[in-house]
Write a protein that binds this ligand. Structure first.
Ligand code: GLC
Ligand code: CA
Length: 555
């Protein structure tokens, strides 16, 4: 297996709107990030994944871009970006940009021109179709954010495709001019010195030529079989690799919902010349009760099975991303751990242990290193995210599901849980802004904040810092082979990593109950690399405390 810097890197995701506000307008910005680089340096991360900072009307918080080569006004200027990049590089931190090229904003010049007439040179940059004879959309596909995936446009009496909101029209990647423009834009950023791309819904860029109705599940038809992992996606990524990526020493990660391990070996194979790694969602996707909305936790046996399959099937062939949460997912400790006060810290550390000891590049989502929790929503008025707002209307507004039934589901899964401001200290608005934040601060900021945790050596923050440092000293964490133990245990997630003569045993209690384990003989008496409780592990039969986690090292 090739050894590379991005396999050894720990990545920290910043959602700029919620990270740090430098000018009191209630919105995080680039200067705010620059001001906090020392915090990230102290934590020890190698790479920042910056969620979109490009010019955008913010229908989907920057995932709707109106100019790829300009900065969102609320976030600052290109000079602020250049300063952030330069200062980050001075500190040895790399910056990976979010690349959102499945769609643009409907306010992008390409789209404005495209919709102006049927025969302008930009018409074919997007996906236009005639409606049906009865004036209804071309097919029954539903968009990810509710409603039809087709929007009628009066000017030319045709519909355009938008797999996300109507303000996010899908680009037509079959048009070589679209690809040429996107690749030029990417080159422009690479020349600026950025360190890579996280590619938004990149598995959806190629659509089938025929666009038949999809299988109906809920109100609309499923576009999946026609738009996800479409016919030319690998060809286009190879072209992108040849024209842009291969020319720079950068890191690339593809957001690939619905990807299988087989497909991942193509997208992110060691020698397939596409991407470095995929971001897959199998372990965070359950069977929702209402679409993706549910309040149920996945059974541990299933979680282990999924993660283990990704570990073993990609070994030596392709590279994993490791994550429990991001800006689209609820907070890790609330979802996979236990955010009740007595268990929050210990379970957050347990989850970190479990993830960072697996093979792949770990991603830390801002605030995860503090054990930040889901937000205690009281009212649908509190939602800021287009997905939650639309979903609440679609399921409850229509009377299909009573509020009481839907509320626990939407509040458990809402993307806004991840988007509340970063909790810096115990001053007003958690030190995020001197103004009124665009989204409410979680009221638990007085207990959970960076100032308190950086000062406390026993905090979740210091535990993450230690895990990151251990990765630098122990190549086995990066390159060791993975093997699952106790497959059927409903309580424990246990596995080994092996690199030549060296071996690690990782044991995590995912429950709030004391749980017994018999340590494999070869590890009895071996030193402890890290543990979230100050216990001794020198006997063969031991009891783990609720959410206890430890790693033994045999050299
Ligand atoms: C990705 C992003 C998400 C966004 C969507 C549309 O899934 O992570 O935040 O809403 O793509 O761009
Ligand atoms: Ca600001």
């Amino acid at each position: 297996m090739n050894r590379t810097w991005w396999k050894e890197a720990v990545i920290y995701q910043i959602y700029p709107r919620s990270f740090m506000d430098s000018n009191g307008d209630g919105i995080g910005d680039l200067k705010g990030i620059t001001d906090r680089l020392d915090y990230l340096k102290y934590l020890g991360i190698d790479v920042i994944w910056l969620s979109p900072v490009y010019k955008s009307p913010n229908d989907d918080n920057g995932y709707d871009i109106s100019d790829y080569q300009d900065i969102m006004e609320e976030f600052g200027t290109m000079a602020d970006f250049d300063e952030l990049l330069a200062k980050a590089h001075e500190k040895g931190i790399k910056i990976v940009m979010d690349l959102v090229v499945n769609h643009t904003s409907d306010e992008h010049q390409w789209f404005i021109k495209s919709k102006s007439s049927k025969n302008n040179e930009y018409r074919d940059y997007y996906i236009w179709r005639e409606g049906k004879a009865d004036k209804t959309p071309p097919n029954n596909w539903g968009s990810c954010f509710g409603g039809s995936a087709w929007e009628y446009d009066e000017t030319t009496d045709m519909y355009y495709l938008h797999l996300f909101s109507r303000k996010q029209p899908d680009l037509n990647w079959d048009n070589p001019e679209v690809r040429r423009n996107v690749f030029n834009m990417m080159t422009w950023w690479c020349e600026k010195g950025i360190d890579g791309f996280r590619m938004d819904v990149i598995s959806m860029i190629s659509k089938t030529a025929e666009m038949p109705d999809g299988e109906v599940n809920g109100l609309y038809g499923d576009y999946g079989p026609y738009c996800v992992h479409g016919p030319n996606v690998h060809r286009y990524l190879q072209e992108m690799n040849e024209k842009v990526l291969s020319k720079y020493d950068i890191m690339t990660v593809g957001e690939t919902a619905g990807v299988t391990t087989e497909l991942a070996k193509q997208y992110a194979g060691e020698n397939t010349n596409e991407l470095n790694m995929v971001f897959q969602f199998e372990h965070v996707e359950g069977d929702g009760k209402y679409g993706k909305w549910t309040d149920e936790q996945l059974p541990l046996t299933r979680l282990k099975k999924t993660l283990s399959r990704w570990q073993t099937e990609l070994y030596g062939k392709a590279w994993n991303s490791l994550f429990w949460n991001n800006h689209d997912q609820p907070r890790a400790v609330s979802r996979f751990g236990d955010d009740r006060p007595q268990y929050r810290e210990v379970s957050a550390k347990m989850l970190a242990t479990c993830l960072h000891m697996m093979q792949g590049s770990p991603y830390i989502y801002q605030g995860e290193e503090l054990g930040m929790t889901n937000y205690p929503f009281h009212d649908p008025e509190e939602f800021r995210d287009i997905e939650s707002i639309n979903a609440y209307k679609e399921w409850c507004g229509s009377g299909r599901v009573p509020h009481e039934t839907f509320w626990p589901c939407i509040t458990f899964k809402s993307r806004d849980n991840a988007r509340t401001p970063m909790q810096w200290d115990d001053s007003a608005q958690a030190g995020f802004t001197t103004g009124i934040p665009w989204i409410a601060v979680n009221p638990n900021y007085r207990e959970i904040n960076a100032k308190a945790e950086t000062a406390d050596p026993a905090s979740v923050f210091h535990y993450y810092k230690k895990l990151i440092a251990l990765r630098k000293q122990n190549p086995i964490m990066v390159y060791g082979n993975y093997e699952l133990l106790l497959e059927d245990s409903e309580e424990l997630f246990a596995y080994t990593r092996t690199l030549e003569q060296e071996k690690l045993l990782v044991v995590c209690n995912f429950t709030d109950k004391k749980t017994a384990i018999t340590i494999p003989a070869e590890f009895v008496g071996m030193p402890c690399l890290i543990s979230n409780l100050d216990n001794r592990y020198d006997k063969q039969d031991i009891f783990l405390e609720p959410y206890e986690a430890f790693v033994l090292q045999k050299k």
